[in-house]
Design a protein around this ligand. Structure first.
Ligand code: AHG
Ligand code: MN
Ligand code: MN
Length: 334
């Protein structure tokens, strides 16, 4: 990549020629990118900063919070509350929505995020990230939690930033998927890949195998067939990866294909799954679809699910189209 197109220039050009990005949305995406740069700095400090370890508190989902979960959440809120582009924010780490305070102008967008994805990987120095999703606030005065409960198909922008060996921002505004690498000397995100395509076929799957005994029959069937390799009905050998950071797994799939599953399982039968629809499944599903892949909960397209609550969980199967269609078919056949 020699053209040295910054995120700013990419967004301006998208706004000018493609008409995808109104100026308020452009500002929003720039601000989110700036917040991600700042989170990347904090992550990079590791044991040299006050950023590692547990915060000794629980979030609304009953999960222990790490210091970085809270730091990342604060960075995103502070960066986004004053610009006039947002009406409110919602986060995996906050119980209710965060309405932009009265002292700032209110904009027409809603921002949702998983401030720090892959918290269990912080101390072990494995890739983690920030996932975000942008919706338009429905018309009408004020803003409420109800305004956020829109299907993923309504997103106007979505993306994530992965803090790994490189810091990479991945974005869609509904016109394909672009990747930007953080140039630390320049302090800006530079376009490094465009028109990302997820191969339709793959021989790589990602699932936490330790949950195997709790899975539903269609998931068991699919993984069993993969494991049988050349001796089984698929007649080819499969490879397996599980990073335990969805951002890392999705980034691999956008880079070279594959299928990712965090399905419903019998451990907590009343929960539809582990991952969160609004902060994880929706933005990642849209990115994957924009790159030619597919995303379902086993039965239906994730982006078509009408959310009933902010912290709703969902079963997730996404990645290379033909594999996702196969797993979805196994669910319908069961
Ligand atoms: P978070 O750190 O935001 O809570 O998300 C972790 C998620 C996801 O990133 C990952 O795919 C999955 O949880 C890992 O779960 P297991 O530890 O059950 O494998
Ligand atoms: Mn997460
Ligand atoms: Mn998180």
């Amino acid at each position: 990549m020699t053209k040295n197109i910054s995120l700013t220039r990419y967004l301006v050009e998208q706004q000018r020629s493609e008409g995808h990005i109104p100026s308020q949305l452009r500002l929003l995406l720039e601000v989110v990118a700036r917040a991600c740069k700042s989170i990347s700095q904090a992550v990079n400090k590791g044991d040299l900063g006050e950023v590692m370890g547990s915060a000794e508190s629980e979030n609304i989902q009953g999960e222990m919070q790490k210091k970085l979960d809270i730091i990342a959440n604060e960075v995103l809120i502070e960066a986004n509350e004053w610009g006039g582009h947002l009406a409110a924010m919602a986060s995996e780490e906050m119980e209710g929505i965060y309405v932009v305070p009265n002292r700032y102008p209110q904009g027409e967008y809603l921002l949702l995020f998983d401030p720090l994805d892959g918290s269990s990987n912080i101390e072990v120095n494995v890739s983690i990230g920030t996932i975000f999703s942008v919706l338009l606030k429905p018309e009408g005065a004020g803003v409420s939690e109800q305004d956020f409960l829109q299907a993923g198909a309504k997103q106007v922008a979505a993306g994530y930033c992965v803090y790994g060996p490189q810091t990479t921002l991945v974005l869609t505004v509904g016109d394909g998927v672009a990747m930007f690498t953080l140039d630390r000397e320049q302090g800006s995100f530079i376009l490094t890949k465009e028109n990302i395509k997820v191969p339709e076929d793959t021989i790589e799957f990602a699932i936490n195998m330790s949950n195997m005994r709790h899975w539903d029959a269609p998931v068991k069937r699919y993984v069993d067939e993969c494991l049988q390799g050349t001796d089984g009905p698929r007649a080819k050998d499969f490879n397996m990866r599980w990073i335990a950071s969805m951002v890392g797994d999705v980034h691999r799939i956008l880079t070279r294909g594959g299928v990712f599953m965090y399905p419903w399982d019998k451990r907590e039968p009343n929960k539809p799954g582990k991952l969160r629809l609004m902060y994880e499944a929706n933005p990642m599903s849209w990115l994957i679809e924009q790159a030619g892949g597919a995303a379902t909960n086993g039965k239906e397209r994730i982006l078509d699910i009408a959310p009933s609550k902010l912290h709703e969980r969902v079963s997730v199967i996404l990645g290379s189209k033909n594999e996702v269609e196969r797993i979805t078919r196994y669910h319908h056949e069961a």
